[in-house]
Design a binder for this molecule. Structure first.
Ligand SMILES: [Mg+2]
Length: 320
């Protein structure tokens, strides 16, 4: 199959069909209509074999994840996702890989009303790059930099599941592996938080590192209560079943990463509205700490070893 045939077969109608696409796949570039009262939000993220996934990873999961990680960034801005570009580099073209990959990508795209409007296909070591656009009312997007002393600190969902799943806890850890392979970006929650949150970040590299990024951008200090971290029942049960060292589940929750939950700050007066919003969406939101004047993030834990280990942590893609 040549590139034109591949596009016709797999990509031409992938995802949502949107009325604001003047010209989609097939020309030199796409033409898209941005409403005058909206700002365009752009993000991109790559999944590279060997760095972000192992050879033999599920193609359907890769299709889902390639879009989910970008949707999570759009969610953290409080924006509504709209259009995506896909750059796909593959060692060889096989229906056995492309069909499930496109199915995973298309299902999530339709769920979030995202149209595929263009991209690029090339031969080489497997890597998948999605560029995702979203729309947000002008001047209203959530940023990392808006937190104020006195705000409360919240996180959505549960933490540490994806890391436990990635590390392959055991055969009984299906729900944890599911959380790694099929993360749920909190897109509706992010848009609801436009009215309520002062700052927001999505948890991709680990709560501890990502909260510090948000606080640094806001020129604030913060405190995290380890006892309040939301750990899922599958994670707690894996901890019991596998005889992990003390606080291993908590450690994964703080530093495991790839949770794709939203971590956000909000003034105390918004507490009731935040929990009402979460309940209306069927989402879980937990208050895990607060924001103060100063710099840095302190961790409240009865375990001094955990605090010392965190001090020494700091995720950096380029420092392995
Ligand atoms: Mg992010």
């Amino acid at each position: 199959m040549d590139e034109t045939q591949l596009i016709e077969r797999y990509f031409r109608t992938l995802g949502a069909q949107r009325a604001d696409v003047s010209l989609g796949i097939g020309d030199d570039a796409a033409l898209l209509r941005v409403p005058v009262d909206r700002e365009l939000v752009l993000t991109t993220d790559a999944l590279v074999e060997g760095a972000h996934f192992m050879p033999g990873a599920s193609a359907r999961s890769l299709g889902h994840r390639a879009l989910a990680v970008n949707l999570s960034d759009i969610a953290a801005m409080g924006a509504a996702p709209s259009w995506m570009l896909l750059s796909l580099v593959m060692p060889e073209v096989t229906d056995g890989w492309l069909a499930p990959f496109c199915a995973g990508l298309a299902a999530l795209a339709k769920d979030h009303d995202v149209a595929l409007v263009g991209g690029n296909l090339a031969r080489g070591p497997l890597s998948i790059t999605v560029e995702l656009a979203g729309l947000v009312p002008c001047g209203r997007a959530l940023r990392r930099s808006g937190a104020h002393p006195g705000d409360a600190l919240y996180v959505s969902g549960t933490l540490g599941d994806a890391a436990a799943g990635r590390l392959g806890a055991d055969e009984a850890s299906g729900p944890l592996l599911e959380r790694f392979e099929y993360p749920t970006p909190r897109v509706a929650l992010g848009q609801g938080l436009l009215e309520l949150a002062s700052a927001c970040i999505d948890v991709s590299d680990g709560l501890y590192v990502d909260v510090r990024r948000m606080l640094a951008a806001s020129n604030c200090a913060g405190r995290l209560d380890v006892e309040r971290l939301p750990l899922s029942e599958p994670l707690r049960s894996a901890e019991r079943r596998l005889g992990w060292p003390a606080q291993h589940g908590v450690r994964l929750a703080l530093t495991g990463g790839e949770d794709y939950e939203l971590c956000f700050c909000a003034p105390p007066a918004h507490e009731r509205a935040i929990f009402a919003l979460a309940a209306s969406l069927g989402e879980r939101v937990t208050c895990i700490g607060d924001v103060s004047e100063g710099t840095g993030l302190s961790v409240n834990s009865s375990n001094p070893e955990l605090c010392a280990a965190l001090e020494a942590t700091g995720f950096d893609h380029f420092r392995r």
